[in-house]
Design a protein around this ligand. Structure first.
Ligand code: PMT
Length: 403
């Protein structure tokens, strides 16, 4: 899977917080995404983690001292600042945040920060009272005014035993933040892309619903791929087990009718919509107010009625419409027919009975059909890469001019 991180230079500043150990996982995930990770450990961080732990993962020298004759910085102390595509401080202590706010440069990390033009991302980790302290809050606000992006801290149990807002956010969230920063000037910058995800829930009574096997992974991946190319991504999602992707605006829905209202609203000023959600074709004619009790009979019939066809109902004058076809047989014929009947620009056909494809898998195997008779059979790939391929085909179709 190739993402916006591929080949990028990320400088990871690690400062003296107990959460340092999580920075090893972050360095590992960034390296696995094929980023070149240069780690700078502050003196405080070196009390918690070793340079070896990071060097073994990044396969690159770790910087601890700008005056170390072995360090590249001793020759060109702004080398990292100049080659970084983004600088991330995770975890960031109150002390380092304060030094950044006041332009101090007394170690390798603050020297690099003062010299860089790259996007700076700060993931704080400290005791809750320290983060709430007016001094820390003033430093955070000052840095945000200067364009520094803060992510977290999260709330939860802290090293002190307190429960509060001071925990380092999880690695996927930091990676999402870095990806959004790296992609901000991408080829979809200025475009609004609406994506639907998950399986709708059609209520029978307050307890029971009719739903399907959609996990939301396909839609979430498309939204992340759009974010990573600079788009303003909106995800209209049913309940899923997935964390909300960083930098994507979430609109939470349950039923097909809820989804219709949300999609209609969000598509008024959108450039494209990608309907990856598994929307129920039928819903109960009526939803009982109370839980339906089991009667003496062994059978129970539920009368269903058709749901409105959301994507078919969208005006297409300035909106690129991309649908999916979830089929178990006659994949291309059924997809072709939906492409025409729903007035789509593209349709992504997937055989939901295929191995490692369709519902809940991390990968998918799709054929993308267009209105000119084109049919692109894509090999099995990550759902993120399917999203990239879909967006590659959406780009030439944009009809709304950016004024
Ligand atoms: O979420 P995952 O676990 O990752 O699984 C991914 C997926 C299999 C759900 C996804 O790849 C997929 O196929 N999504 C479409 C599922 C679906 O409803 O397909 P369909 O052939 O029934 O519907 C055709 C298109 O019309 C779809 O874009 C659908 O969102 C849309 N539709 C359907 C019904 C309806 N009332 N309104 C709609 O807009």
């Amino acid at each position: 899977m190739s993402t916006v991180l591929d080949g990028k230079h990320i400088t990871l500043g690690v400062t003296g917080s107990i959460a340092c150990y999580k920075a090893i996982d972050l360095a590992s995930k960034l390296t696995q995404a094929n980023a070149n990770v240069d780690v700078i450990l502050t003196k405080g961080a070196s009390k918690f983690v070793t340079t070896l732990a990071f060097a073994a993962i990044t396969h690159r020298p770790v910087v601890t001292d700008v005056f170390d004759p072995q360090s590249e910085l001793s020759i060109d102390h702004v080398a990292l600042a100049e080659r970084s595509d983004s600088i991330v401080i995770a975890p960031a202590t109150a002390h380092t945040i304060a030094k950044m706010a006041h332009g101090l440069a007394d170690d390798a990390l603050t020297t690099t920060l003062l010299a860089t033009q790259a996007p700076v991302i700060v993931a704080p980790a400290m005791d809750a009272h320290m983060f709430d302290n007016p001094a820390t809050q003033a430093n955070v606000r000052l840095l945000e005014e200067r364009g520094v992006t803060f992510i977290g801290p999260a709330s939860g149990r802290l090293a002190s035993g307190l429960i509060g807002k001071g925990r380092l956010v999880e690695t996927p969230e930091i990676i999402g933040c870095i990806s959004a920063a790296l992609g901000r000037h991408g080829d979809l910058a200025g475009k609004k892309i609406v994506v639907s995800a998950g399986g709708t829930e059609e209520a029978i009574d307050p307890v029971r619903v009719i739903t399907n096997h959609s996990s939301g992974k396909m839609g979430y991946a498309i939204a992340e791929a759009a974010r990573d190319r600079g788009a303003s991504a909106v995800l209209v999602s049913t309940p899923t087990a997935l964390p909300a992707p960083y930098g994507v605006r979430m609109v939470n829905v349950r039923s097909a009718l809820d989804m219709r209202d949300a999609i209609n609203h969000e598509c008024r000023d959108a450039d494209a919509v990608v309907m990856a959600a598994a929307v129920a074709d039928w819903r109960p004619v009526s939803t009982a107010d109370q839980k339906i009790k089991k009667g003496a009979s062994n059978e129970w019939a539920i009368e269903l009625t058709k749901t409105p066809d959301i994507i078919a109902g969208l005006a297409a004058d300035s909106l690129v419409k991309v649908g999916f076809a979830a089929e178990s047989q006659d994949l291309i014929a059924n997809a072709q027919s939906k492409l025409v009947s729903k007035g789509l620009d593209l349709i992504v056909a997937n055989d939901i009975t295929a191995e490692d494809a369709g519902f809940a898998s991390d990968t998918n195997r799709v054929t993308i059909l267009d209105r000119e008779g084109g049919a692109d059979d894509l090999p099995l790939m990550s759902k993120y890469d399917v999203g990239v391929n879909i967006l590659d085909r959406v780009r030439p179709l944009f009809r709304r001019d950016i004024s």
